[in-house]
Design a protein around this ligand. Sequence first.
Ligand code: 5AD
Ligand code: SF4
Length: 464
Amino acid sequence: MNIKAWDIKESELAQQVRKYVKMYSRKGAFAYVHSFGCQLNVSDGEKIKGILSALGFKFTEDYAKADLIFLNTCAVRESAEDTVYGTLGNMKKYKMENPGVILALCGCMASEPKTIEKIREHYYFVDILFGTSALSQLPRLMLEHYEGKKLAYDIKEYKEEFGADYQIRESSFKASVPIMFGCNNFCTYCIVPYVRGRERSRSADVIIREVEELVANGYKEIMLLGQNVNSYGNDLPDGMSFSQLLRRLNEIEGDFWIRFMSSHPKDAGTDLLDTILECDKVGKHLHLPVQCGSNSVLKRMNRHYTAESYLEIVNYLRERSAGFALSSDIMVGFPNETEKEFEDTLKLVEQVKFDNIFTFIYSKRNGTAAAKMNDATTDTEKRVRMDRLLKLQREVAAENYKRFIGKTVHVLVEGESKQGAGWLFGKSSAYTIVEFRGDRSLIGTFADVKITDARNWAVSGELV
Ligand code: 5AD
Ligand code: SF4
């Protein structure tokens, strides 16, 4: 069910909550919302802001000015959880000195059953806790808190979802649109299927309408989000496939780009690859997490593809579009990864020539299958391997980005660059970071840039 903005704003529940907000907040009623982790979480954070706005809050970037603090958490690696507990520790003093301030925890970490116990025991000053699919319950939990409940919490799965009209977006020209939630893949290292539940696709009609509205409102980049967008529609009775959805969105009139993440290599068939190549509004870039280049490790990860089948996808794209860009997630130090297995990853990185990689050292997540596996590889070995991987990628990317020198690329200008005064940056269709000199008024528009220089993470050039 899709909930519209007025559903909440006009409800009796919201009216009750707004009365309490006025009564208990200091002048203004400010909320601080911080999202950790992936873009899906950032998108949830924008929806939380929408709901809080309907409940009478304005927003601040400084938690020490807030009447309500929201930490929208990530659980994908232990370090992400440590950051959240560290942040909670830092906020304790402010909360103790201002007991009227409400502290709320949501997102993936909040969906793990062990978190409630830990919060009750060590972070007893948290007031509200709810899981990733209980967003619709936020007004009720706020009311329970105001009416005196010590820890108002809900980690059940709800089908209701909020429409885009509830989202307070950070950008006026880049928008993310979740198309599905959850994951059915159970890669052995990953906590996501446990905290985000099974795959649920949003209706194609709702997605199309949302994108049409965004484009009509001047948005230039639409990022479709899902843990595994390739399986979009599998759970809908008369569902469109992801390729069909892309082709339909590509027909929407206007000057805009469509991007998406993430895809699973096991489901990236030629149907999808042809769609990306043929649709003029779809960026010529694919983020295709490979995780590693060793077939034995891929098997232990339960990934259902091989290094060879991954290379087939890469070759298919490159044969048809020479400049096609690929990026990936790569994990180092999966339990018992041998030197030979790690070298297979290095070999794959050399063969594919990724434009960009996001690298992670394996982090044990309790409850996953990999957490029970033996691990003889030491932390030092893992860190050394990570350094070797990063060094190789820097060399590969520096060489790779030279392919753009002399070419003119179309870019969506995103903001001011750290290069210095007068410098801007944008991203090309291939998702390459492009730096150039130009006027700030170009931010949020498309521009053409002739590339003159390449580094290992970006290219630069002159405005045409
Ligand atoms: N340890 C390290 N990295 C992980 N990822 C997912 N789970 C783990 C884990 N337990 C990485 C994968 C995934 C990305 C979003 O996070 O590479 O693609
Ligand atoms: Fe995690 Fe694998 Fe699902 Fe991605 S596809 S969210 S890595 S289980």
